[in-house]
Design a protein around this ligand. Sequence first.
Ligand SMILES: [Zn+2]
Length: 329
Amino acid sequence: MPGRNVVRRGEPEDSPKRFFRATISKELEARLDPEHETLLETLRVITKDRAGSIDCPVDDCPLGVTEKKISPGQGASICICPQAEVIFETDVLRAHERFEENGPSEQAFTAVRQVIEQLTLVNILRYFERTDSLGVFRDTAFIMDGPLALFGMPAWLKYHIEPEIARLHKKAQEQGDPGILLMGIEKSGQFLDHLKELDWMEKKGPGQRLPNCTALAPDIDYIHKHIVLRPLDAKPYGEATYYGRKVLYKNRAGQHSVIMTPIVNDSGRDPHCVDEAAFPRLGEALDLMDELSTHLYQDGFAPLVRAHAHAAIPLRTGARILTELFSEE
Ligand SMILES: [Zn+2]
């Protein structure tokens, strides 16, 4: 992603922020595979009922907001301000609002990364629907590295991803299948810290209090009172960000993890409800935590370790990229 110090050749009016926005628009046209819809198509489909217009990114735009709402499928449009700013369809993600013209734009980059991660998941799940193979959900687990959530500027997408996953889950169930086995795994944070504290015993030390294979499903009152320290009547924690529910788990080998299962029904949507129905296919998710845990890393999980190994730039490719960069005219 372009940062503050780069503009496009041949675009005299270009600014780093405009380059950044144009890049998001271009990158989301990527396909994971020729058979898949593009990430942008996925975004369009799941947000087609979104209300509201897209703000013009020009700071002193006299209109503030484009008069015409950009609706899905339209691509880019031109604002009627004197600058005639191009409004990209993907500006709706609002990542550029955290782009700094004069400083690091970590928040903007993080926003784009999480949008791509989350849209990729939905894109893959939808692929199985489009190819009439929802039966795959029966014995395939989908594992998200991180929580089932979106934070910051694009957090609103949660309200579109949650119903889409719930829809696919229900559709699979209607075909007589058990629905989606999806789990997010948190490797740090307040919930994991809380589990480790619970498992601490005076004199004996860490990991001594809870028996192995203990799963704890905190309801919203418990979360407010003991984990995030909010008044009980505060707005439910995670309401505007999470599309899953958390379970604290100490596995068969005594390792700690926080896993999330998606919200797919009324039980899941009610943060006070900790019935089994609120956590689809939880038993199988916990089995996976037992079977695939690894001692390579503290509280490690084999699928994530392998995914990271694949995602890292391999030595040879990395060297090639550097050679190309430095031999460029
Ligand atoms: Zn404008």
